[in-house]
Design a protein around this ligand. Sequence first.
Ligand code: ATP
Ligand code: MG
Length: 284
Amino acid sequence: MSAVFELKNIKVSLNNKQKTELVKGVSFSVNAGECLGILGESGSGKSMSIKAAMGLLDKNFNVSGSAKFKGDELIGKNPEELRKLRGGKVGIVLQNPMTCFDPLYRIGNQISETFLAHNSWSSSEIRERSIAMLNKMQIRNPEEVLEKYPHQLSGGMLQRIMIGIATSMTPDLLIADEPTTAIDAITQFEILDEFIRIKNEHSVAMIFISHDLNAISKVADKIVVLNKGLVVDKGDFSHIINHAKDEYTKLLIEKRCDVMRKYRQVLEGGKNAKIRKSMCQFQK
Ligand SMILES: Nc1ncnc2c1ncn2[C@@H]1O[C@H](COP(=O)(O)OP(=O)(O)OP(=O)(O)O)[C@@H](O)[C@H]1O
Ligand SMILES: [Mg+2]
């Protein structure tokens, strides 16, 4: 099967005197109907790698390497074509929801603009679909929300709306950068289910960036771990749990095991409940 999205040796450096290297050669690929989880501590280059590939970096950055979407090279591609791709065949949920909305336009206008750019729906159909999308994302009073400006909504609401827009376009590739950080735990769970549903029903290739090993274990079929701009571990969840080489990855797993250990102690009422590494694994 050929990859929907494939990064080869992506490097990003700052356009300063020192040519500071931010991403030092990242490669990975993701197929249709598959979810790649990207883990890594803050500043490891998760967002930068994606932004470099999707043409979201300005002239302050140098990008080299290859990023192919369905065989088509994105590095060096015309900015207008890249813009069309984003929000169309490639859905992107960026880390900071505020930056994704124009503060001067009502939410309803921004949703319909995206819908209209890629479909020929009538205005009543767009309104119906916007309300249905907000309902699915568990936004209360959707009719009122359509009339609001971004600053009148919480970060969590904007994040959910962003996920709703990206997923309702049923893209071929969906990239979600820390998509649930501003969302409470219960809604997070439902949103993760929504990601899984879209991936399975529409065979979407998906990239899910997160610090949260639990969230990644739920949605991702395979994982890469970044550290200081390089891929330091990769494999499926059980490989990462059992064979991680990188210290940060080990720390994340150890934290996850600690939670499981405490849980078993409570269940078994014993202080010495032992836990094997394999028990840290999550049932999908
Ligand atoms: N606008 C910028 N200008 C200069 N350096 C930047 C900029 N944005 C990010 N960096 C640097 O690039 C490196 C990679 O950052 P990146 O945003 O990709 O990290 P990340 O893995 O996404 O972290 P987080 O989990 O905090 O989102 C870091 O060293 C960061 O300081
Ligand atoms: Mg980031």
